[in-house]
Ligand binder design. Structure first.
Ligand SMILES: Cc1ncc(COP(=O)(O)O)c(C=O)c1O
Length: 379
């Protein structure tokens, strides 16, 4: 990202000086890279959880303008948020819906994943009056949502009644990132057997999709017509193939310095006094804390970027603030921007590196970015 976005945020003088900078151009370029890796298959872009913290409506609009097939969300509410934001492309609710919610989905033109056998009869009763496009989810080994292969036979009569609305069959890999492809291949075989069983009953959904980001990056797509990437759209990847493809992280988290103070050796900082200044230094306080989604266990473990260098986060993270230690000779003043999450994947404060530090995945850190953080979008 260029440096101009690091200009001080124009805001109310009392406003919180914390913002997520989202480069939509990068999201769109990542879409192009994923399409190429998926040999041109159509893309359902997964934008649940506020587009993994990046901002669902602006990200969705950018992807729609870039000609994406559709967007996938977790819940009815997330789908409605996109429609209210003016998004017109297909939207698929991955988490399924109770029958009572079908009229609302129908009115807003939302597609819905059928995630279990329990509501099939109700669906068949409601859909003639409230048509909704359906994607049948099959549990090929993920073990959460979806009809089990053992349940398919007894569900076929209901599925035959639903087939006019059945656009797709889908499943989800449990181990797409695993160098050992054995289980992924097993899931694929189960998927194929289920599709054959459906076909024998005269049910031939036009779309089939099993692949998330890692499946796209690692060529686990087989006969699928569509793919369902999320993380890779945001330039974050769990597998080395993501970097090789040139995916670009799209988000930076930037906070302005709220206060700076010089402290003597022996001074302590924050709750619990977990940081003791080893020598005189400066402490910069930033208005970002665990209420913003910046994890409390990053205290005394993370770095932030400032003027092309990195400096340590010291002391405990509090609800709304964190503290950074800088040598006395570094010129730093209130209002200066510091980068908490860098878009440079190899920076010590990239989402991927921080996730590694915490023993978690970048998904968790990105999704946790609270809605109270101002998001600024760049084309
Ligand atoms: C059903 C389903 N499909 C696709 C995705 C996208 O996965 P990823 O972000 O790993 O690409 C998810 C994400 O959790 C999901 O639950």
């Amino acid at each position: 990202m260029n440096e101009q976005h690091l200009e001080p945020l124009r805001r109310h003088p009392e406003g919180r000086a914390l913002r997520a900078e989202v480069d939509l151009g990068r999201v769109v370029r990542n879409l192009g890279r994923i399409r190429a890796a998926a040999d041109g298959r159509s893309v359902w872009g997964v934008v649940k959880a506020n587009a993994y913290g990046h901002g669902a409506v602006p990200v969705g609009r950018a992807l729609e303008e870039a000609g994406i097939h559709g967007l996938a969300v977790s819940s009815l509410e997330e789908g409605l948020e996109l429609r209210r934001g003016g998004i017109e492309c297909p939207i698929l609710v991955l988490g399924g819906l109770r029958p009572e919610a079908l009229p609302a989905a129908s009115a807003e033109g939302l597609s819905v994943a059928v995630v279990g056998p329990e509501h099939l009869a109700d669906y068949a009763r409601i859909l003639p009056d409230h048509p909704v496009r359906l994607h049948l989810k099959l549990d090929t080994g993920m073990g959460r949502f979806g009809l089990l292969p053992s349940e398919l036979g007894e569900c076929l009569p209901h599925l035959q009644r639903l087939s006019p609305w059945l656009d797709g069959a889908m499943a989800h890999f449990a181990t797409a990132d695993d160098p050992d492809r054995g289980f992924a291949h097993r899931q694929r075989r189960v998927f194929d057997l289920c599709l054959a069983q459906l076909s024998d009953a005269g049910i031939e959904p036009a779309q089939r999709h099993h692949g998330n980001s890692d499946a796209c990056l690692r060529g686990l797509l087989d006969q699928d017509t569509h793919v369902r990437p999320g993380l890779a759209l945001f330039g974050l990847a769990m597998v080395p193939e993501g970097r090789a493809l040139g995916l670009e992280p799209a988000l930076e988290l930037v906070a302005e310095v709220a206060r700076v103070k010089a402290v003597p050796a022996g001074a302590t900082v924050g709750y619990g006094r977990t940081f003791v200044a080893p020598h005189p230094l400066q402490i910069a306080t930033l208005a970002c804390g665990y209420a913003d989604g910046y994890r409390r266990d990053l205290g005394n473990r993370a770095m932030v970027g400032f003027q092309e260098r990195s400096f340590p986060v010291v002391g405990r993270i509090s609800m709304d603030y964190l503290t950074v230690a800088l040598p006395l000779d570094v010129a730093v003043a209130p209002g200066d921007p510091m980068v908490l999450y860098s878009a440079d994947p190899v920076a010590p404060h990239s989402l991927e590196r921080l996730a590694q530090t915490l023993g978690t995945i970048p998904y968790e850190l990105a999704c946790a970015l609270h809605r109270r953080i101002v998001r600024r979008f760049f084309p």
